[in-house]
Ligand binder design. Sequence first.
Ligand SMILES: Cc1ncc(C[n+]2csc(CCOP(=O)(O)OP(=O)(O)O)c2C)c(N)n1
Ligand SMILES: [Mg+2]
Length: 341
Amino acid sequence: MSTCLPLDGSCGPATGGHAMNIDVLQDIYRMMLLIRRAEETLQKLFLDGKVPGFLHLSIGQEAVPASVSSCLGPKDTVSSNHRGHGHTIAKGVALEGFFAEILGKATGLCKGRGGSMHVADLKIGMLGANGIVAAGLPITTGSALALKLQGEGHIAVVYFGDGALAEGVVHECFNIAKLWSLPVLFVCENNGWSEFSPTDQQLATNLRQLATAYGIAYAEVDGNDAHEVRIAAEAAIDGLRSEIRPAILECRTTRVRGHFEGDKQDYRPAEEAAEMAARDPLTIARRRLESQNVADSWFVEVAEAIEAEIDKALVAALDAPDPDLGDVLADVYTVSGGRNG
Ligand SMILES: Cc1ncc(C[n+]2csc(CCOP(=O)(O)OP(=O)(O)O)c2C)c(N)n1
Ligand SMILES: [Mg+2]
């Protein structure tokens, strides 16, 4: 199927002069649902006591990575933060190794040593989730420098939250990315919260003003509308590839769950829950697809296929062996620079 998907019912170009084929939004919807179901699976595993460590779910934010990654190729790189499951899955990670990593199994993508906040898969350009707020920005800025020097037209993307904007390293990265014209897309998932503090209690300015100050191209979108995110991301990424320069994309989104699983969220206004339900990214995308006559049967088929994919990966991950304690020092670098194991 290759029907034009308009914003307004016409079939002309949508925002920014870009039209979108309906199959692009179908692919994005499929990816959003895969992320949602994978995280719901993790949520259950966590409640069963099978996940060592913390779990930060990105439920409500799926439209951002699904849409941004739909514009990327395997040689483009991505780095992420503590809420990184969606970023990782959207970049194309194998689900079995992903689940195994979060379960701490030997077959995990990082041999079970990283867990939820440190999943990485360099083969597919996933440079890693990161438990240190804002730490993905210098990693990605460095990757963008490498990609620019390689000269093959690939770009680097970093996802970070509004809470990261108060970190000094963000400003260093904006500065050097602009000065050196690095092909990096800074994607801010602004969900209005940094742990238990609203954004305006910890940031004296806003991202639009920061982008202006650094002279970096900036766009702001409804991060829960996959169609809008895709159009804005495509325009930004086209600019990065053709002009070799940075851009900032701010996506207004919703952190549906607590900061971490188990967070009681008693600091949160009660009315936020209803607002978030009305902005569910899957519902918004589904309505757009239905308005273009995508049949109910298509949604059923997609949901069944995803359930089967997750079940298969999960069974394999749960059956996988735990790491051998004898390997505990393997891959650990010593102070003198030698390598154990
Ligand atoms: C350098 C650093 N400071 C503080 C923390 C504790 N911390 C973990 S997540 C977080 C809030 C992050 O908020 P945001 O970047 O908006 O991401 P969100 O959780 O909303 O997705 C904080 C302060 C940390 N992990 N690293
Ligand atoms: Mg936040």
